[in-house]
Design a protein around this ligand. Structure first.
Ligand code: SAJ
Length: 446
């Protein structure tokens, strides 16, 4: 039988595309938070080997031990990925050496005077540049102002001597993770991507298409960065609109919740938003400031963003003021009034209380000598106003002993009929008591 000789000299190294198609490409994820960890696990589920990098050694230890610290990521998924040898984590950027694709998913907060803080992106870019090698693709996913990828990240990466678009590839693909959401996942939420050049866009779209069903390519990283900001400024401005409408309706004796529900019956041209005690989280209240800051560079003032911020930032003050009115007369001055806050996270059914309006509301009430306690099944301990307090049980006693129960976050698992039944007075900032029939005379709404 004739022997077929394999001409080893001709066998070339698999191309980038071949490695992606065969799932032999190694994926690195820098930043293992609520964006990075789900992204890392999603790639392992699609057959890729993933190396995670995070500055937080505790996160790295958890991942390597198969534990999850992100509510949306089941521990079993992390355990499986690690046991299959598809997931490991490190605090060292040296782990990037073997990577073909590098996702950057680090936080982009704002400073005390609400200007962009891109320090973590710059730190990640410097770390990547130290180990960058020809052929690697870098995809920034952290929400930031238009120009971050091309003007900030690209020069740092090119300090390596490698040229973007020729030796290495660079794109921006905004994350669209919505903590707690179950109906849309990382696989079913379309992803937008814009590369610094056609080959960068092509390679990034190829990789993203392995875990997300629909990939939308745009003409540049700045277009993709602006797309994300439009999405979140849209939300922020519309939340501010209904917050302002809520204050007007209160003055006019109208029920804003009824009005929004009625407007939502319009099958086109309207999207309902809900008034609330303020806008928390690290996306919606933050992202608009990134755009307003960049716009000023072009002598352009995004009035909508400033106005929305003024309205939304004012809601905790409005809620505290109304709660005080609702409490007045309940107790003599000898017994300062007491309030029980229900729900302290930034939105329902999540355990994240960072940037939550509840923190400001507690501070404002305590500044008025109100004795404040809270109940939140997702937050056993809450550091606020200089000390850590514990969530109280929701009992007849804790409800009745408060002059006013203030519903700040409307977790689905709370029994609002029980709350209204045993509370003396309720101030509902989320329309959480809309289905409660009895005791409605006790309820004041936003
Ligand atoms: N909020 C209101 N009224 C509303 C909607 C929200 O007061 O009608 C408040 C919430 O209580 C919260 C804040 O605004 O305090 C933000 O709420 P959010 O639902 O926008 O929740 P986030 O911050 O988790 O937003 C995420 C965003 N995802 C990313 O930025 C990647 C956002 O783009 C999503 O559209 C949003 O989830 C979503 O759709 O729920």
């Amino acid at each position: 039988m004739a022997m077929t000789r394999v001409n080893h000299s001709r066998r070339s190294t698999p191309s980038f595309d071949e490695r992606v198609e065969r799932r032999t490409a190694v994926v690195a994820v820098i930043g293992l938070g609520y964006v990075g960890l789900p992204l890392a696990v999603a790639h392992t589920e699609r057959g890729f080997r993933v190396v995670g990098i995070d500055v937080d050694a505790a996160k790295v230890a958890d991942v390597n031990a198969g534990r999850s610290y992100i509510r949306d990521v089941p521990a079993a998924d992390v355990t499986t990925a690690v046991q299959m040898g598809r997931l490991s984590a490190s605090t060292s950027y040296a782990a990037l050496k073997g990577a073909d694709v590098i996702f950057v998913c680090v936080p982009t907060p704002y400073t005390r005077n609400k200007e962009p803080d891109t320090s973590r992106i710059e730190e990640a870019a410097r770390g990547v540049a130290r180990y960058l090698r020809r052929g690697q693709l870098v995809i920034l996913r952290s929400t930031s102002y238009p120009g971050t990828t091309g003007e900030l990240m690209k020069p740092i990466l090119e300090r390596s001597g490698l040229k973007v678009g020729r030796d290495i590839y660079l794109a921006f693909a905004p994350e669209r993770v919505d903590p707690g959401r179950k109906d849309y996942t990382i696989h079913t939420t379309p992803v937008v991507v814009g590369g610094t050049d056609l080959e960068s866009t092509r390679r990034a779209a190829l990789v993203l298409g392995k875990i997300t069903d629909q990939v939308i390519t745009v003409s540049s990283p700045a277009a993709a960065e602006m797309t994300k900001l439009l999405e979140n400024v849209f939300r922020n401005v519309n939340i501010a609109l209904v917050n302002q409408l809520a204050m007007l309706c209160d003055r006019m004796g109208l029920n804003v919740w009824e009005i929004i529900d009625a407007a939502a019956s319009k099958p086109y041209g309207f999207q309902p938003f809900q008034p609330g005690p303020g806008v928390g989280g690290h996306c919606i209240p933050v992202d608009p400031y990134y755009l307003a800051w960049k716009a000023r560079e072009f002598d352009f003032h995004m009035d909508f963003i400033e106005l929305a911020a003024r309205v939304n930032d004012g809601m905790p003050y409005y809620v505290a003021q109304k709660a005080m009115l609702h409490m007045n007369g309940q107790r003599s001055a000898a017994h300062p009034p007491s309030a029980l806050i229900i729900g302290v996270t930034f939105k329902r059914d999540v355990d994240d209380y960072r940037d939550s309006p509840a923190l400001k509301i507690i501070q404002l009430l305590e500044a008025q000598n109100v004795r404040v306690s809270y109940h939140d099944p997702f937050v056993p301990n809450l550091p606020v106003n200089g000390h850590v307090r514990k969530s109280v049980a929701l009992t007849e006693q804790t409800l009745r002993s408060a002059d006013c129960v203030v519903i700040v976050t409307d977790h689905s698992i709370i029994d609002y009929a029980f709350v209204v039944k045993h509370a003396r007075r309720v101030f509902d900032t989320r329309n959480a008591t809309r289905r409660v029939q009895h005791g409605r005379e006790k309820i004041a709404q936003l």
